[in-house]
Design a protein around this ligand. Structure first.
Ligand code: ADP
Ligand code: MG
Length: 397
């Protein structure tokens, strides 16, 4: 689960990390008061969406030469003006995809004088099973680009969970970033704080890009992206409260309410599968036969008829879906329950695209019987490749 920049900064502030003063607004009328509460003489007006690259992004229907989603203002009036110009519009960045994201909140922040822009991130390194730091002198840029073109400018190391974060970690970062004097002490404190937030809040990703050295020579977190482990959110009511459902794919949101593991993808074949491994295999075999999956969907081991119906509804609500493949292995799950769910769902939402069903396992005969007697035009398949071949053929002809 991701949160907005202003929420991440509130968390940083709460833990004592250096951030600027700022106010969030959702209505243009609130902007003047909000900006007036900040010191000036420079204000930064920042669109809040769950995507990076806002500064270099552009709004849909932008006027010629119009700026992106991060704008400087030299007065309270100008800050209010820029807020009004951005609210409600759609911002497209290299991370949003061409559809962009609607800007519903604006963060107005004290402007900082910048001497240097640096990069700092924490993430879970799946290879070492540890929390890793990624550090670079090339802040304010895409780290992927830095990694591709100048990998020598990136320092990466992981922290041993048995000993935890130590002073030398912070000093190592400070050295790599070329910090000096008081900045070294500030860096050590910041590294400790970020690690503490990461562990205590079950974060998955914490990126500060840029971390800056101000004109006064102090470190400051100028931008912040944070993501949290969805499976641990139940332990953190404060983080759960920060969820902004308008930022999420409506289909993924509906799926999460029914405890379905669903990820929307770009292809044309909707998949309903039980078990993550089988779901991955199904996606692979669809690709092998020349089509693309429209989603990953694992209905889980103990799915009920209601859950299957809901899953079916989510798949059919996707305009890109030109065919559906149901691939179920009845282990814990019974094939007849799946069959009933599919039939109930088709009756409820209708079926406008070809549907291939492959059932195997517990009560498979009963399941097939239910489908064959349903009077619906369902294409039955015997095994995985037969199913994939049939659905791809039905969609592509
Ligand atoms: P994004 O990464 O989405 O483009 P950032 O918050 O990193 O958004 O802002 C982009 C750039 O705008 C930063 O690299 C920095 O140069 C400038 N900027 C952002 N916030 C401030 C601020 N408070 N004061 C001065 N400049 C800022
Ligand atoms: Mg940034």
């Amino acid at each position: 689960m991701n949160i907005h920049e202003y929420q991440a900064k509130a968390l940083l502030r709460q833990y004592g990390a250096p951030v600027s003063d700022g106010r969030v607004v959702t209505k243009a009328e609130e902007a003047k008061t909000a900006a007036g509460e900040l010191e000036g003489p420079l204000w930064v007006v920042k669109a809040q969406i769950h995507a990076g690259g806002r500064g270099k992004g552009s709004f849909k229907e932008a006027s010629a030469g119009e700026k992106g989603g991060v704008r400087l203002a030299k007065s309270v009036e100008e800050a209010a003006d820029e807020t009004a110009k951005m609210l409600g519009r759609t911002l497209v960045t290299h991370q949003t995809g061409p559809a962009g994201k609607q800007v519903n909140r604006i963060y107005i922040e004290d402007g900082s004088g910048i001497d240097r822009e640096l990069y700092l991130a924490l993430l879970v390194d799946r290879v070492t099973s540890r929390i890793s730091f990624v550090v670079s002198t090339e802040g304010g840029m895409d780290i992927e680009e830095v990694a591709a073109n100048t990998p020598e400018k990136i320092l990466s190391f992981s922290v041993d969970p048995a000993t935890g974060i130590q002073g030398f970690h912070g000093r190592r970062v400070a050295f790599a970033l070329g910090l000096e004097g008081k900045q070294v002490k500030q860096c050590v404190a910041l590294i400790n704080t970020l690690y503490q937030i990461f562990v205590e809040k079950d974060a998955e990703m914490l990126e500060i890009n840029p971390l800056i050295v101000t004109d006064e020579g102090d470190l400051k977190c100028l931008d912040c992206k944070m993501g949290f482990d969805g499976n641990a959110i139940y332990r953190h009511a404060d983080i759960a409260a920060l969820r902004d459902e308008t930022e999420e794919d409506p289909k993924e949101l509906a799926a999460s309410k029914f405890d379905l593991n669903y990820i929307a993808l770009d292809g044309e074949i909707g998949c309903m599968v039980n078990g993550a491994g089988l779901a991955m295999a199904t996606m692979d075999i669809i690709k092998l036969y020349g089509a693309e999956p429209a989603n990953f969907l694992d209905v889980g081991g103990g799915a009920t008829k209601e859950k299957v119906t809901e899953a079916f509804k989510i798949i059919t609500s996707d305009q890109n879906v030109k065919g559906i493949l149901v691939n179920i292995f009845g282990g814990i799950m019974r094939c007849d329950v799946i069959a009933e769910g599919v039939i109930a769902a088709v009756k409820e939402v209708g079926l406008e695209v070809p549907l291939v069903v492959r059932l195997e396992g517990t009560n498979v005969e009963k399941g097939k019987e239910i489908i064959n007697n349903s009077g619906l035009s369902v294409i039955a398949a015997d095994d995985l490749s037969d199913a994939a071949e049939k659905i791809v053929k039905a969609v592509k002809g």
